[in-house]
Design a protein around this ligand. Structure first.
Ligand SMILES: Cc1ncc(COP(=O)(O)O)c(C=O)c1O
Length: 436
């Protein structure tokens, strides 16, 4: 580890933390020794379009000679991004729920900051207790760490308990009575919710009603990203949101990792059939290159705080906005959504055919996970061994989950099928070699 690297910023628990990277292109990265890897981590979905997409690199060159900085953040690129993102969200609300709106777009520099802004907005309009999933991850800034699984976020609150944060369970089907995703990709829970989903909904209602402080905001991810790639059926989310709405809670949907086509649709919440009050996106909005995130929603929420209360030096600066505009353009290419869904199914089927029966492959679109929870000693040692072996074989996969016994597979959305076949073969071989 470099001598000047602070201990708290290291990832020594990550079996890939020894790798030092020097180059990247498309779905590949190279380390400083010249080894080439197929990247199935993609910056935890920050590099949804792979690395150095030619349209994005061309746009950057152009923008650098046009304009990189704008006084008070005002630029044509920023206006275009606000118009595109807000318009896109409005169009989704109109076509899916017949809701007419003129959404506003709050630009910021990171997912954690976007979550904080959403929190400030709902707090300004409706103060009270905030609710999150037990498996939540919404960032590691001082405030957003309170909304994340604190075991690892190590939240430090210098102000004392400035706001009450309550926790509700996310369904854990591997231990429960029903499978969220059957082998054909369908879900038993779509027609009728299983016991585990019901248990979580009942517990959520109890937590919402807990006193004395009134519950004000529900923060949720439509699939768990950073804490382990856990999926639950759309019906679970629709019911959870309707229980929250009956109690007038504001609903903030964090699609920082799962939005912008990671699972196929542009926005997973809408695809699941429910509408958040505030949508938060980030990561791949910046094409894997620029740190940019956004909160999108009705002026009713977005205008809850007045001028000058929230600002950042680099929020919505022209270069990042240009990259985001180009990224959204690529994400709109025809057939991309169906291609992502088709490739995801194809990949999971290859894996299901090759992997041992005690492993479990889940996923939506190109957000995929193999769980080893049913392996000897809950699979943590085997998962770590498999991740290391795959790196030796030229494939990078992400060790995740509260017990680090899940392997997330997060390829570029533009990955060719041949690379998925290569990855599935390597993963199957690594499971065989692990001997569990
Ligand atoms: C779902 C989710 N929310 C929030 C964040 C925080 O984003 P950032 O690291 O840009 O602050 C992340 C990052 O992994 C995330 O996955």
């Amino acid at each position: 580890m470099p001598v000047r690297r602070p201990l708290g910023s290291t990832r020594s628990y990550d079996p890939l933390s020894q790798l030092v990277f020097s180059r990247s292109l498309g779905e590949y990265v190279w380390d400083d020794q010249g080894h080439k890897y197929l990247d199935l981590i993609c910056g935890y979905s920050a590099c949804n379009l792979g690395h150095a997409h030619p349209r994005i690199t061309a746009a950057i060159s152009q923008q650098i000679s046009d304009l990189t900085w704008a006084h008070s953040g005002e630029s044509l690129e920023r206006q275009k991004l606000e118009e595109t993102l807000g318009g896109l969200w409005d169009q989704q609300l109109d076509s899916n729920f017949n809701i007419k709106s003129t959404s506003k777009v709050w630009l910021t520099v990171s997912g954690a900051r976007a979550i904080e802004i959403a929190w400030k907005l709902t707090h300004a309009k409706s103060p009270g207790a905030v609710i999150r999933f037990d498996l939540a991850y919404h960032g590691r800034s001082l405030a957003s760490a309170h909304l994340s699984d604190t075991q690892r976020s190590a939240a430090i609150d210098p102000f004392g308990a400035h706001q009450e944060v309550r926790i509700i369970p996310f369904p854990q089907h591997h231990r429960g009575s029903c499978s969220p995703l059957l082998d054909d990709g369908s879900s038993k829970c779509e027609s009728e919710l299983c016991h585990e989903c019901q248990r979580c909904l009942e517990q959520a209602a109890r937590v919402f009603d807990q006193g004395p402080l009134k519950a004000s905001t529900l923060f949720l991810e439509p699939a768990i990203g950073a804490r382990g790639y856990y999926f639950a059926p759309a019906g679970f989310f629709r019911k959870l949101v309707s229980i929250a709405k009956e109690r007038q809670l504001a609903v903030v949907c964090d699609e920082i990792q799962m939005g912008l086509r990671r699972t196929g649709p542009m926005f997973l919440s809408v695809a699941q059939g429910w509408k958040p009050d505030l949508l938060v996106i980030g990561k791949s909005l910046g094409g894997g290159i620029a740190p940019i995130a956004a909160v999108v929603g009705d002026p009713l929420w977005i205008d809850a705080i007045g001028p000058g209360i929230e600002s950042e030096t680099f929020a919505g600066y022209p270069l990042a906005c240009r990259i985001a505009n180009e990224t959204l353009g690529i994400l709109h290419e025809p057939n991309l959504e169906s291609e992502i869904e088709r490739k995801g199914e194809f990949f999971r089927n290859l894996l299901r055919r090759g992997l041992p029966g005690n492993s479990r492959v889940d996923g939506i679109g190109l957000a995929n996970c193999i769980s080893l929870e049913n392996f000897t000693n809950a699979g943590s040692a085997a998962a770590s061994r498999i991740v290391e072996r795959l790196a030796d074989e030229g494939v990078l996969v992400h060790l995740t989950g509260p017990n680090r016994n899940r392997i997330a597979l997060i390829p570029s959305l533009l990955i060719p099928e041949t690379s998925l076949v290569f990855a599935a073969e390597k993963i199957t071989d690594a499971f065989k070699a692990s001997g569990d």
